[in-house]
Design a protein around this ligand. Structure first.
Ligand code: F6R
Length: 613
């Protein structure tokens, strides 16, 4: 969703802002804009455009301007259509600002402001903030821009990351954060602000992560942070280990393809230092769970959205199997509104790549308030869920730029697999020998994936044969059921082909009516404890003329009798099969979408991080 980049320094900043916005494109947006203060006159000029950044760049080239203080924004429409007048930055009087988030009480504020004679030029919730700051400043001209912003924030309810600048005040940028991320940085006579690290990662790796309620003033000479009460405060500077290159395509056609190929390395990173085959142990000190607490757990509740929810569903199979602790999974958006049953002995776990998904954040907060111990399985360090949960397991996927989750998902699976082993050891359900076997299997996954990625030509052929299908059905049983759902989600989001993921045993209870010789059915049928059952379901599809793509264990000749096409996956332990079959469904979706020529990295209507409800 929306992105912000800001700069105060000695360089002309238009290029920096536009390239920063390019690095935020992956978040999803439908209009964009920049604002830059003219050094001589102090006037702030805006350039905004509906649609993609190419249009903004063209508009900027038509009437270029520059200066050394500025901000940029990509907007994903919530209030008001994605048209130029609603694009950020917004101006009211002397104040110009960009905003991520939602101002919940904007309608009543707008009414008040209109009554006092303020004129609005957009349909957005954001514009009220610009007016409130300008009004506070006009009424009390002795205030600084920061103080006027603070006064306006006192009136606002909702979530925001804000970057504010003003005409005749070309020396500084004011930023604020509440429930929407904002990082700031200073070095070499320049200060940077960004809603996401990749926007300015080429210039600095040392960041301050603002906390909820913080505001900050950015100047060439330095930055000053204020806490929610308005007191000047110190925040730690954290060094990011990602290198800027990891946020580039590196010769791959799409970020998604690059991220699919990165998975062996990122899973290795996620396991590194945490698993020991020799000792049959998993070390997750960040978990902050001792044996006694685990012994007392009445249940584990997972909350997550989208692909992360499928990781949670797989976690249920793994943890219940290995640790024998009851596990529930909930879509975060449902959990929040259904009066959930939580006790002091419940462990609530949020799975979130971004660590900022609004529903997941609200759900884990709710679970915490109801007395549960909370844990985040998160990729983005210092994200809100990571900071608020009692414990955190970081997945080390690195920055994921493609909107569709790939390496974030398989590293989540690596994390929940480690968690299952850890809990199994703590409950005593898993002995050292059994743990060793599972850890060994986990450690082998990256090697298997490397081998699978060596030759992907089969997927290109399948894409050619199946790209015209109007609808796909994905079937799986056990922990291959969430993989079926994930495969269908991947396909629909990047290729725009309708797809449904179903539990194979449920097929007869409805979806079987859809099967005919037009309908490709992807069946996840690796050799495991439910293989024979899945094979019966395959026969049922075959009997109705369905076109079957079977994903099976290499060398399984029995599948040839039923399947039109077979994708072989290596013969791995059942415990780690989801990670391996996830790679297969990702590649299938990717190559079908590529054949169709869709916008794979930024599919229509989708945002990378869904920070609104
Ligand atoms: C699909 C996808 C989404 C996310 C979902 C949750 O490919 O990426 O379904 O999984 O929006 O996002 P996070 O994990 O950031 O909470």
């Amino acid at each position: 969703m929306c992105g912000i980049v800001g700069y105060v320094g000695t360089d002309q900043c238009a290029r920096l802002l536009l390239s920063g916005l390019r690095r935020l494109e992956y978040r999803g947006y439908d209009s964009a804009g920049i604002a830059i203060a003219d050094e001589e006159s102090g006037e702030v000029r805006l350039c905004r455009a509906e649609g993609k950044l190419d249009k903004l760049e063209q508009a900027y080239r038509d009437e270029p301007f520059d200066g050394n203080v500025g901000l940029g924004h990509t907007r994903w429409a919530t209030h008001g259509k994605p048209v130029e007048s609603n694009a950020h930055p917004h101006r009211a009087g002397r104040v110009v600002l960009a905003h991520n988030g939602i101002i919940e009480n904007y309608l009543e504020l707008k009414e008040e402001l209109v009554e006092r004679g303020r004129e609005f030029s957009s349909e957005t919730d954001t514009e009220v903030v610009a007016h409130l700051i300008d009004e506070a400043w006009s009424n009390s001209p002795q205030l600084s821009l920061h103080e006027a912003t603070q006064a306006a924030l006192d009136r606002i309810e909702g979530s925001y990351a804000l970057a504010v600048m003003a005409t005749e005040n070309p020396e500084e940028l004011v930023v604020a954060r509440n429930a929407s991320p904002m990082v700031i940085a200073h070095g070499g006579g320049c200060a940077y602000a960004a809603s996401d690290i990749p926007a300015v990662l080429s210039y600095t790796r040392d960041f301050i992560f603002l906390e909820d309620g913080d505001t900050a003033v950015l100047r060439r000479e330095g930055i000053e942070v204020f806490d929610a009460e308005g007191n000047s405060t110190e925040r730690d500077v954290k060094t990011i280990s990602w290198d800027p290159v990891s946020a580039e395509k590196q010769g791959y056609k799409h970020f998604m393809l690059k991220e699919i190929h990165e998975q062996p390395a990122r899973i290795t990173d996620t396991l590194r230092g945490r698993v020991s085959v020799d000792r049959g142990e998993v070390e997750l000190p960040e978990l902050r769970l001792d044996e006694q607490t685990v012994q007392k757990l009445d249940k584990i509740v997972f909350v997550a959205c989208g692909t992360s929810n499928y990781a949670a569903q797989i976690a249920k199979y793994l943890i219940e199997e290995v640790a024998r602790i009851p596990v529930e999974t909930d879509l975060a958006s449902e959990f929040r509104y259904r009066n959930p049953l939580i006790t002091d002995n419940t462990l609530a776990i949020a799975i979130s790549q971004s660590g900022e998904t609004a529903d997941t954040l609200a759900a884990i907060r709710e679970a915490g308030e109801l007395g549960a111990r909370t844990l985040g399985i998160v990729n983005v360090i210092e994200s809100t869920i990571a900071r608020e949960a009692d414990g955190v397991i970081y997945t080390h996927a690195g920055p994921e730029i493609g909107v569709a989750s790939t390496k974030a998902f398989t590293t989540q699976l690596a994390a929940v697999s480690m968690l299952a082993i850890k809990l199994g050891r703590l409950t005593g359900r898993l002995d050292v020998e059994e743990a060793r076997t599972l850890i060994e299997a986990l450690r082998e996954v990256p090697n298997h994936m490397e081998a699978m990625l060596e030759d992907t030509s089969q997927y290109e052929q399948l894409a050619r044969s199946y790209h015209e299908a109007r609808s796909f059905l994905y079937l799986g049983r056990g922990h291959q059921f969430p993989i079926a759902a994930e495969g269908a989600l991947k396909l629909k989001e990047i290729s725009y082909i309708h797809a449904e993921g179903y539990a194979a045993g449920e097929m007869k209870h409805g979806p079987i009516a859809l099967i005919d010789n037009e309908m490709p059915v992807v069946v996840l049928a690796p050799k495991n404890s439910v293989y024979e059952k899945v094979k019966s379901n395959l026969e049922e599809v075959k009997a109705r003329g369905g076109r079957i793509i079977a994903i099976g264990t290499e060398g399984d000749e029995r599948l040839e009798t039923f399947a039109d096409d077979i994708i072989a996956m290596p013969d791995v332990a059942e415990f780690v099969q989801p990670m391996v079959s996830a790679l297969v469904v990702q590649l299938l979706a990717y190559y079908i979408a590529d054949f169709k020529g869709t916008d794979i990295d930024q599919p229509r209507n989708l945002a990378k991080s869904v920070t609104v409800e």
